[in-house]
Design a binder for this molecule. Structure first.
Ligand code: PNS
Length: 170
């Protein structure tokens, strides 16, 4: 029997540069709770910092991992998050929270998004303990200095990151 869900559609936004096992844990838990999940990958031109991977690459990395789920789609976006959520009929924005340090930024984003669209609820999933220290920027720092990241990101992401960072001569 298919598990009963009635959360409708949820959007899971982020830069995902690159996706980590921590992100994938949140995506899989959201896929269990909501009927449909749209992973929204922030497109580079709207962000101030350069990303290591293009939006297409970041989307492809996640797609490879969520292919087994029947209710998860991955899409790039370069609009306001609430407009992206509306476009997909999402009632919820889902984000992962790791530590108190995430709270301040997410609290601000929550207030902004709520002001723009009070009808879209932001929902926070606490990071699983084994991933509570994991961040894309931490992974990039480790990869830059040649540390092993194989147990933190999918194998082809680890390889792509090592190739990309060493190609850039970092
Ligand atoms: O920390 P991240 O992963 O870069 O988060 C990106 C995002 C979109 C989740 C965060 O910046 C947010 O909640 N922004 C709300 C304001 C907005 O819509 N910005 C435009 C993003 S294209």
């Amino acid at each position: 029997m298919t598990p009963e869900k009635n959360g409708g559609t949820a959007v899971l936004p982020g830069s995902y540069d690159p996706v980590t096992f921590g992100h994938l844990d949140i995506i899989s838990r959201a896929a269990n709770a909501f009927d449909n999940v749209i992973v929204g990958v922030v497109n580079q031109p709207v962000r101030k910092q350069q990303t290591v991977f293009s939006a297409e690459e970041r989307v492809a990395f996640i797609e490879a991992e969520v292919a087994e789920y029947g209710n998860v789609q991955v899409k790039p976006f370069d609009t306001l998050l609430v407009d992206f959520a509306r476009e997909h009929g999402a009632k919820a924005i889902v984000k992962g929270l790791r530590a108190i340090s995430d709270f301040e930024y997410e609290f601000e984003m929550n207030q902004l998004n709520r002001k723009l669209a009070a009808d879209i609820e932001s929902v926070y999933l606490m990071a699983s303990p084994e991933y509570s220290f994991l961040s894309s920027s931490g992974i990039k720092e480790l990869a830059t200095f040649g540390a092993g990241i194989e147990d933190l990101v999918p194998p082809y992401v680890a390889k792509a990151l090592h190739d990309r960072l060493s190609r850039q001569g970092r």
